[in-house]
Design a protein around this ligand. Structure first.
Ligand code: NAD
Ligand code: DAU
Length: 349
């Protein structure tokens, strides 16, 4: 792989993946990062990468829903591999306004597949990043495997399921070389503070209320984003053409327990001025409609076939994440105020 197209590289996982590829992995080719910079895309996440890797890193502000533009980028940059992250990713937003989810997650993926199809001779791998939410919800027992039937419950997960089917269909019909990974909830540096972990960390730091949906008994399997990145790169290099791999963090936890864990770690690091326990800030609020009760991932296939295992324990990963948010208060301030959007305009005009 010499010319890798990474879509959505200015978002949370995409930025971590580009940082991992260039700073830590054995990848020696170019990365062409295509991102249209929605509210969730922040090129400041890669500002140092732009400076440190001028020959290896290229940023293009473009929308994957623009098929003509995508085809031109594939041809101009001789794209030979794709790692496709770009998506609308927040379940609550998909419930309020699903439109963009259908456009970006389904039509955008279709456009990339069409561009890839027109250059099949040059393409080594199309890797599609997906989610465990396509499998629906589990009861108190059992795990999602790669054979679990799809049963998505939100507009977000339904749009991701549709994109997975398209990628697989292009393999069966046109011989597109592809892999798909379905992973569990990521957390770590650079995550936009609408998702549970950064939202709770930042509210708890400021002594604000901590919204927990429903009874807080919903379970997620938490995956440290760096572990996700090592898994993706392993799959891109060694994964079998046409295969699907589940990625999990081996860290199932009820939401309420996770929120309490964050409260206790923060209390230990930095007491609130009134010496109040942060657990007192927890507020049980109205539940999310169609809220999936439990996700749990069996990633045995990835471990057995490619020797991957997550390194971070949940407690260590959460501690490191909390430290990152405390240390990067300027980034937090700019993201929360929307000021980073101004930074984008001045930097890329
Ligand atoms: P994110 O919302 O932080 O970032 C998405 C990025 O895609 C942003 O930079 C945004 O600007 C860009 N983007 C959105 N629409 C675009 C368009 N039309 N054209 C070009 N770029 C566009 O998302 P994330 O949390 O980093 O998730 C990345 C991928 O991983 C998504 O496909 C998501 O479904 C999947 N995923 C995420 C998680 C998680 O826990 N965050 C778990 C499983 C799977
Ligand atoms: O499982 C993978 C998925 O994980 C990804 O595909 C999605 O892109 C990603 O957003 C994430 O989806 P979730 O809905 O699980 O993540 P979120 O952080 O929004 O919520 C995690 C859990 O916490 C969920 O059960 C809802 C709950 N929650 C969330 C928020 C934002 C709360 O209780 N309070 C909150 O304020």
């Amino acid at each position: 792989m010499k010319n890798m197209l990474v879509t959505g590289g200015c978002g949370f996982i995409g930025a971590n993946f580009i940082r991992y590829l260039l700073n830590e992995s054995d990848y020696a080719g170019r990365i062409i990062n295509v991102d249209n910079l929605t509210y969730a895309g922040n090129p400041e996440n890669l500002a140092d990468i732009e400076i440190d890797y001028p020959d290896q890193y290229i940023f293009i502000q473009a929308d994957i829903c623009d098929g003509t533009r995508m085809a031109k980028i594939f041809a101009d940059y001789q794209i030979d591999s794709v790692c496709h992250f770009a998506a609308e990713s927040h379940v609550d937003r998909s419930i309020v306004k699903p439109d963009a989810f259908i456009q970006t997650n389904i039509v955008g993926t279709f456009n990339l597949l069409e561009s890839a199809r027109s250059r099949l001779d040059h393409l080594i791998r199309f890797h599609h990043i997906s989610t465990d939410e396509v499998y629906g919800s589990l009861g108190s027992e059992g795990y999602f495997t790669e054979k679990t039937p799809y049963k998505p419950n939100s507009p977000y997960s339904a749009s991701k399921a549709a994109s997975d089917h398209l990628v697989r269909a292009y393999h069966k019909t046109y011989d597109l070389p592809m892999t798909i990974s379905n992973c569990s909830n990521n957390y770590g540096p650079y995550q936009f503070p609408e998702k549970l972990v950064p939202l709770i960390i930042l509210n708890a730091l400021e002594g604000k209320s901590l919204p927990v949906y429903g009874d807080g008994g919903n379970v997620r399997d938490w995956l440290y984003v760096r572990d996700h990145c090592t898994a993706i790169w392993k799959i891109m290099k060694q994964g079998k053409n046409g295969e699907i791999y589940n990625i999990g963090g081996n860290s199932e936890m009820k939401n309420i327990k996770l929120v309490e864990m964050i409260c206790d770690i923060l209390d230990e690091m930095k007491r609130l001025t009134n010496n109040r326990s942060r657990r007192d800030l927890i507020d049980f609020v109205k539940d999310r409609p169609g809220h999936d009760r439990r996700y749990a991932i069996d990633f045995g296939k990835l471990s057995r076939e490619l020797g991957w295992f997550p390194e971070a324990s949940l407690e260590i990963g959460i501690r490191d994440t909390i430290k990152w948010y405390i240390k990067n208060q300027k980034w937090v301030g700019r993201v929360k105020s929307g000021e980073y959007q101004t930074w984008i305009k001045t930097h890329y005009s």
